[in-house]
Design a protein around this ligand. Sequence first.
Ligand code: ADP
Length: 388
Amino acid sequence: MKVLTINSGSSSLKVALFDMKSEKRLSFLEVEKIGERVSRMIFQKETVFEGEVKSHFEAIEIVEDFLSKRDILKNFNHLFAVGHRVVHGGEKFKKSVLVDRDVMREIERLSSLAPLHNPANLKGIEAVLKKSSKVPQVAVFDTSFHQTLPKEAFLYAIDYNLYEKEGIRRYGFHGTSHSYVAKEAAKIVGKSLKELNLITLHLGNGASAAAIKRGKSIETSMGFTPLEGLVMGSRSGDIDAGAILYLLKKGFDFESLDYLLNKNSGLKGLCGVNDMREIEKRIDKERFREAFDVFCHRIKKYIGAYMAVLGGADVLVFTAGIGENSALVREKVCSGLDVFGIKIDKEKNRNGQIDISKGDSKVKVLVIKTDEEIEIARESVRVVSKIC
Ligand code: ADP
C-alpha cells in the first residue's frame, strides 16, 4: 500500500513516497524553481534532473517518470492515496478530507486567508488530478488540529463583526507537527493521549507552541496568520499592534511592514542572522546573546501560560530544527521551571537522548523528531480507508 505526500509551494514540490504497511519512506524528491528557466529535481542530495519545468503538472510528470524508471512505483494509478499539505482550512475543515471539486473550491475560497500558500497547495492537487483522476487525494490542513480551540482562546478582542464577516480570529498552524509529536510522546510515556496534558514546542524557522489537553489542542501561539506568538527565524511573533500603527503614521506602507514583520524580524531582526547554529557560535557577542535570550524568554513565557490553561502538564516536547538540535536552547528554556515540575538532566540533554527529564521531574521532557510527511500519509490512509 503506497502513499505519496505532496507539499506544493508556489515554485517547488516536495514529494515523499511511503510504503504504509511498514511506514517506510521509499523516496523523497524535491523539484525546485518550477516556472523558471532552469528547474531541478533533487533526490538524496543529488540533482537527478535539470531543465525547464513549466508547471506543477510537468513537475508531477518528471516525478512519476523518475519513480517508474527506478522501479519504485509503476505509475500514479498504483497509489493507494496522495496526501497534500494544505496550509489553511479556515473554520470549514476541522479534519483531513477527501478532495473533490467542492473541497477544491473551498481551498480556493480560503486563499484570501493564506494568499501565499493555498493557491500553491491547490496547484499540486490539480496537477495530480490531471495526471490520474482515479487516485484518491486527501487534503491535510495545518490549521485543522487547532480547530478544537475554545472560543475564549481563538477570539481576538476586537469588533465581533470582523470575526463574523472577515473570519479574523486565531487559527493556529503547524497542526500536523504538533499532532504527530503529541502521539509519539504518548507512545514514549506509554499512556493514551486521552490521559495526558502536553505542551509541544515546534521550534524551526517558523516556531509555535501548543497546549494539548487529552489529545485536543486548546491553545496555540500562532494566530490569524503564522506571524503571531514565538520569536522566529525572521518573523517577529507577538508585537504590540500599536507599534505597527505608529510605523504606519511614520510612513511605512503595506509592503514595507510585510517585509519588516515577516522577513526582517525575529532572530534576523535582532542580530542579523536567522540560523540558530550561527547564533550559538557567536553567543559571547552581545547582540547574539540578546537574540538568543529574547527567543528563549518568549518560549518560557508561553510554557508558563500553557501550564495555567492546562492546569499543569505531564509532558513537554521539543521538536523541529532548533527544538531537536539545540541543547543550549532547551537548557535555557527549561532553566528555573522547577516550580512547574520541569527539570531536565543536563547530561541527557547534551547527549542527544529522547527523554531528557531528571529522574524526579514531574513533567517528562522529550525531544522528538517531527515527521509531518508520515502524519499526512497516515491521515490519507485513515480518510481513504473510511470511505472504501
Ligand atoms: P523550517 O522547516 O521551519 O524551515 P527547520 O525545522 O528545518 O525549519 O529548522 C531550522 C532551524 O533549525 C534553523 O534556525 C537552524 O539554525 C536550526 N538548527 C538546525 N540544526 C541545528 C543545530 N544543530 N543546532 C542549533 N540549531 C539548529
